[in-house]
Structures are given as structure tokens and as C-alpha cells.
Design a protein around this ligand. Structure first.
Ligand SMILES: Cc1cc2nc3c(=O)[nH]c(=O)nc-3n(C[C@H](O)[C@H](O)[C@H](O)COP(=O)(O)OP(=O)(O)OC[C@H]3O[C@@H](n4cnc5c(N)ncnc54)[C@H](O)[C@@H]3O)c2cc1C
Length: 299
């Protein structure tokens, strides 16, 4: 019987493993190694780790945690988690079965990119989704804003305006811009195109040109998109964890979900914007929740 099982070895799960290891807890972290930011070359905004690759971040985290012998890592995908009265049963794709007093879900999100031919080649290199992560690198450059609806396009535009005034709003043929939005764009001298994007051109992931179905072309050096986000795993839903309005797992201030003995942290939960440092902070907070609850139960 484990004290806690952590599912997911990204910043949230790794940070939780460190705190629980230091609390002498017997834990296993299961991860199938498909991090959300795998496509990016550098991760920004984590103080002391600004510009680190996602792989290097994980390597350093493993190095820190190796000091604590009660923590074990296994590379496996969890396929099922069932709650019994006072423990949880976790099953992996390889057929292993674990019993644990507490379960921490740190499984993150996965993204579906807009429907544009070849976009995978540019995503994480010159097209991104988060200005706080990559806005600095693209500052003052000509950039596309690609969203599937006006609400997201407007939000991205207002925030990105801080980094660059050379912006082109692209609806990719998914919706028509409202008159009010068009007037706002014209007032700020921002271009727009409402036709589907039929081609992205560039070299080695560096965007150079966008072509629209009306044969217009735009010379750009990058862009920001609003992808659709989904939970990476259905485990929270299968366990019956309540969700927030944004679709994340609802947690309290110690990472507790609505299901007793089940905790969540990082992108999979509801509270934070998507950032490595916030995911790590949430992992730490949920681990303190796990240890505090175990301590009260044991005392
Ligand atoms: C292109 C891109 C660039 C980004 N750049 C930055 C940046 O510069 N700075 C920044 O702060 N943030 C950045 N982010 C956001 C950042 O990647 C996330 O906020 C962060 O990774 C969230 O950490 P997490 O631990 O919650 O989830 P993740 O890092 O996604 O880790 C979740 C882990 O759980 C595993 N998993 C999922 N389901 C299962 C299962 N059933 N069984 C076993 N394992 C499972 C996955 O394989 C994965 O390893 C970027 C995101 C993207 C997409």
C-alpha cells in the first residue's frame, strides 16, 4: 500500500514528488512521457530556469528527487483508477495493479491545433499559444493571430498588443468578424483576413509567409494561435471528480478534488493559467495537502 501515487511526470507531478519524498512518503510516480510542451525548444518564465529545454527541466527534476529513496519512477500509462472505501486501485496499460491511500492526478492537457495545412512544422518554433511563454522572443515583429472565434481573437489581440503592434487577425474562415471588432482593428491600424489559410511557408519551422484562399499573402515572422485544449487523461472523469466551468478538475486550496483521497495539480486542474512555474507550485501545494491529510489520519 503506497502513501500516494502520482500520475503524470511534468512540472506538477515532479514538484509534488519532491515534496512528498522529503516528507518520507512512500510514493510511485507513473508517467508515459508525453509532455504538453514537448514541441518547444525553450521554456521561459521559470525563475532560475528561463530558456531551459523541457527535457533538461525534467532531467534536473529527476536529479533533485533521486536523493529521496522513498520515491520511485516508472514509465507507464495508467489506464484505470477505481476508488474503494479507504484506498484506490490503479491499473496500467502493462497490466500492473497498485494500491494507494492517496492519488494525485497531474496528467496535464493536450492540444488540438487549428485546421491549417502544415501548422505542426511551425508550432513551438515560430507559432505559439502563450504570449507570456514566447512573446518576448517575437516582440515587435509582424505576427498572425489565429483563433476559432472572436472572443479568443480579441483576448489574444489585446494581450499581444503589448509585445507587437504589427498584427494580422486571421479568422481562418471559421467566423465573420463583427462590425465593432473591425472598427477597433481599423482604429489601431491592425489588418485582418477572414478567408481560410491555405498555406504556411518558411524554413526549419521559421514562418515567413501565409497564403489565404482569396490569394492574398502576408509576410510574417510568427504568430499566436488559440488551440482547443482537452484533458490528457479521462481518469478524473472516471473517478467522478467535479469539473470547473473551464473543464479542469475542480480543486480546493490544497489540491483536493470533490472525491475523497483524490487530488489534482497543474494544467489538469482549474485554477491557474498554463505555466510551468504555476504547475510546479500547484504540485507542491497538492503534495502538502496529501501529506497533511495523511498525517491527520495517522496521528
Ligand atoms: C508549445 C508550448 C510552449 C510552452 N511554453 C511554455 C513556456 O515557455 N513557459 C511556461 O511556463 N509554460 C509553457 N507552456 C505550458 C507548459 O508546458 C504547461 O503549463 C506545463 O507543462 C504543465 O505542466 P503539467 O505537469 O501540469 O503537465 P504536463 O507537463 O503536460 O505533464 C503531464 C504528464 O502526464 C503524463 N500523463 C498524462 N496522462 C497519463 C496517464 N494516463 N498515465 C501516465 N502518464 C500520463 C503526460 O505524458 C505528461 O508527461 C508551453 C506549452 C506549449 C504547448
Amino acid at each position: 500500500m503506497l502513501d500516494c501515487m502520482i500520475i503524470g511526470g511534468g512540472p506538477a507531478g515532479l514538484s509534488a514528488a519532491l515534496v512528498l519524498g522529503r516528507a518520507k512518503r512512500r510514493i510511485i510516480l507513473l508517467d508515459d512521457n508525453r509532455p504538453r510542451n514537448a514541441v518547444t525548444r525553450e521554456s521561459h518564465g521559470f525563475i532560475t530556469r528561463d530558456g531551459t529545454t523541457p527535457a533538461e527541466f525534467r532531467r534536473l527534476a529527476h536529479q533533485d528527487i533521486q536523493k529521496y529513496s522513498s520515491v520511485e519512477f516508472r514509465t507507464e500509462r495508467v489506464t484505470d483508477a477505481v476508488r474503494h472505501t479507504d484506498f484506490l486501485e490503479v491499473t496500467t496499460a502493462a497490466g500492473a495493479v497498485y494500491h494507494t491511500k492517496k492519488l494525485l492526478l497531474a496528467t496535464g492537457l493536450k492540444e488540438v491545433l487549428p485546421d491549417i495545412p502544415g501548422i505542426q512544422e511551425y508550432y513551438g518554433r515560430s507559432i505559439f499559444s502563450c504570449p507570456y511563454c514566447d512573446g518576448w522572443e517575437l516582440r515587435d515583429q509582424p505576427l498572425a493571430i489565429i483563433s476559432n472565434d472572436e472572443v479568443h481573437a480579441r483576448h489574444l489581440l489585446v494581450v499581444l498588443w503589448n509585445w507587437s503592434h504589427q498584427l494580422l487577425v486571421c479568422t481562418n474562415g471559421k467566423y465573420a468578424l463583427s462590425l465593432e471588432f473591425k472598427e477597433d482593428l481599423q482604429r489601431k491600424n491592425i489588418s485582418f483576413n477572414e478567408h481560410p489559410i491555405i498555406n504556411l511557408a518558411g524554413h526549419g519551422g521559421q514562418l515567413e509567409r501565409i497564403t489565404f484562399s482569396n490569394h492574398e499573402e502576408a509576410t510574417l515572422t510568427g504568430g499566436f494561435i488559440t488551440p482547443d485544449w482537452f484533458q490528457s487523461s479521462e481518469l478524473g472523469e472516471a473517478l467522478g471528480c467535479a469539473k470547473s466551468h473551464s473543464g479542469g478538475i475542480l480543486i480546493d486550496e490544497f489540491g483536493r478534488t470533490s472525491i475523497p483521497h483524490v487530488y489534482a495539480a497543474g494544467d489538469t486542474s482549474a485554477i491557474a493559467p498554463s505555466q510551468v512555474i504555476i504547475a510546479a507550485g500547484e504540485g507542491s501545494r497538492a503534495a502538502i495537502g496529501v501529506n497533511t491529510d495523511l498525517a491527520h489520519e495517522e496521528f
